[in-house]
Structures are given as structure tokens and as C-alpha cells.
Design a protein around this ligand. Sequence first.
Ligand SMILES: C[S@@+](CC[C@H](N)C(=O)[O-])C[C@H]1O[C@@H](n2cnc3c(N)ncnc32)[C@H](O)[C@@H]1O
Length: 428
Amino acid sequence: MSTIETGANVRLANHPIARTKAVAVSPLAQGSLIISIDSLATVLLPSEKGRRCDACHTIPTSLRKCSGCASFYYCDTSCQSMHWKTFHKRMCKHFNRYTTSSSFQALAAHEKMDALLLSHLAVLVPSQEVREEGSSALAVFMSLLPGSVEVATPPICTNGSPPSPETLRFLFSRFGNNNFAMHSHFNTFGHGIFPLGSRLFNHSCLPNAAAKYIISPSHPPKMHVVALRNIDPGEEICLTYVDPALLQSRQQIFELTYGFKCRCSSCIFVEGLGHIPELPSDPDGVARVVRKLREFVPASSHELFSKTKKLPDELLCIFHESFLSRISETFSNASHDGPYDLALDVGETMLQIYQLIYPENYPQIGLHLLEMAKTGWNQVVSTGSSNVDRPRKYVKQARQILLIIGAEGDDGGPLKEIQTLEDLLNTQ
Ligand SMILES: C[S@@+](CC[C@H](N)C(=O)[O-])C[C@H]1O[C@@H](n2cnc3c(N)ncnc32)[C@H](O)[C@@H]1O
């Protein structure tokens, strides 16, 4: 544990169940960068191949194709040579035979991603031995906890001298509960191994930090972990491993994939609710629930889970996962094609639920506020109204929240959209 370099803001402390936890060394201000973490290996989703550089993952105006395999693309010679030296020279000649092999083709889409990532990791392993000491990214990866269930090791792309089957099994057993989906503007574009991120951060459904991905030409991607709120010295810093909105299914995911039972205040609260009914099917019943929810404001996840505010029985159904998916669908359809009144009404209900289930400043709340602002603007345009108070209110709140996590991935994105919308609103 002492050999792991954790940076200036974080130290590792013992955890009774999770082995260790990351704790803040000094006060960390909301929006501050807690730690910047190098990737060990990353691969693009098939849909992003040929669009992004396979080394740095930026989207350049043109890409150069590897003349050997014609399956890898780079923004320039510096990315190509960086990727060649680290990974590709040991894979290039065999890559097409590997991806067209029946054993690779038989894999499901997510298994193919794992197999490609494992192939990249395997070329980094220097010998048949498994080394767990030292502070290199590979040594940190070797020191990770294994997942709770053993999954058959997928075939890898090999140059003829692969690590032993035991070493491959050892590496692969750390995949399911440790690797990350990399995103740009909150949309996944690839999968990556960021060993220090895995070694440091435990899960909470009410995280005080979030990971974002930094991509820049000629550099391997990095993970930045940012404080979502002020964090006190000694406080554990957590990320969320799954969307906290998966209120019923998340506990099963933790147990099956990660091998733990989440005991955060949100999970204890949901467990204490007992049987959660579905939303009434009749429109009057739905209207009653929505009215009751409106009266429940202002309540936050913090007030609810710390039991400062009691949930009325009529609102139990809002903690049924199906409620949020039902109203999200209505919102998404109506916010694009109208009726905008309906979209804004349903969107308010969604916002309230987000505030009850997500922690303060969670990016999903900011993204939803931006969608509400755009819907409000569509309504102004479609009715010819000159009153822009509503979209102005939402866009301001969206900016406040999304500025905390800041820009991630490609240029543009939600912060740019906010600026464009604010410019439009200022012309009114
Ligand atoms: C990415 S690692 C987190 C770092 C880990 N604590 C370590 O010492 O390497 C994920 C593993 O940590 C443990 N873990 C993470 N969050 C937990 C939590 N909230 N409660 C219990 N165990 C947790 C589980 O074993 C999980 O598979």
C-alpha cells in the first residue's frame, strides 16, 4: 500500500470491507481537480473506429491508416509511432486474422471490447511473472482486487509469445470490477484501464466526486477526478460505478459484478422502503402522485436520506425504477416535437426526482436542466412569446452545475451549448 503514489490530495486508508479507501488529505473545494490519472491501455468502441485516433482518441479532420493492418487510424505520425512502440508493433501482423477468427467473432459486443483491451494489456506484461510491487501503472493494475466471479478469459491477439494462461486469467479477473467506460460529453466512446483510479476509489450511490476524460492530440487519454462538492479532510472520496437511478437493479449489479453490498445512505433508505409499488396506471392516479411530489419541494436527496424530511406514502412509487424511465420517455419525445408545455411539466417532475435520488451537483441534473432550457426556448420560438424567464432560469442552473465538472472529451459539448443558448436569450 505504501508504494502507491496517490498524489498530493489523496491518501489511502484501511476500509473494513473494501480493503482500502481514498481519503482527502486537505480540504478540497467543489470543482477542484482531485487527481489526474494516466491510462494503461484504452480501446475505442467499434462505432468510433475510423472516426477517432486510436492512440489519443481525438477526432481530427483526417486520419492516417496503418498500412500494415489497415485497421488502426492515427491523427499523425507522432500518435502512430507512440501507439506502435507501446502496443501495435506486437499486434499489427496478427490483428486481422484475430478479429476475423471464429473465436473472436463468437464473442458478444462487450466481450469483444474486453478481448481487445486484454490484448493491449497483454503486450505490456514483461514476463510470465505477475508483479504486484512498485508504483508503475502496470504494478498498480496487478495490485487491484479481482472481481467476484470468474469469467472465461477471452482469446487475445498474440504475436506468438503471450503471457501464460495463469497470467492472462489474473489480468482478466481484474477487468469487470475495475475498468472504466470513457466518455466525451457524457457519451461513451471507449473502454480503458486507469489503474490508479481503480485502486483508489470505492463506490457510493451519492458520490462526492466524478470522473471525466481528457483527450488531447498526441497524448494518451487521462482521467480527471473532480470534487462535486466541498470535501473535508479525512472524508472518503467516492465515485459511482453505476447510474444511481437504477434504484432496484443497482444492488444486484454491485453484488454480481463487484462483489459487495452497497451500504450508502441512499441504499439503506431504499431498502427501508420495503415493497415499492409501480406508478398507478390511471391518469388521475398519476396526477395525484405528481401533485404530491410538487408539495414535497423543497427536498433534496440529502434531506431525504438523512431522514430530515419524511417521504409521504403516496410517493413510494417514485422510487420504482420504472417511473423515471416512463417519464423520461415522455419528456424526450415531447421536448423535441412538442407539445412543449407537456415536456416542461414532465421535465419538472423528472428534475424533482433527480434532486431526490442524485447527490448535489450531479452532472445528470445539469444535463437535464440544459434540456429543459432548450425546451423552454423551443416553446418561446413556437409561440412567438417574448418571455424568456423560464429558459433563462434553467440555463443559469445548468451552467452552475455543469461548470463544476467542467469540459470533458471533445471540444463543444454542454458548456458550449449553454453559451450558444445564453447568446440567443440575450438577443431577446
Ligand atoms: C475499483 S476497486 C476499489 C478499490 C478497492 N477498495 C481496493 O482496495 O483496490 C472495486 C472493488 O472495491 C470494493 N468496493 C468498492 N466500493 C465498495 C463499497 N462501497 N463497499 C464495499 N466494497 C467496495 C469491491 O470489492 C470492488 O470490487
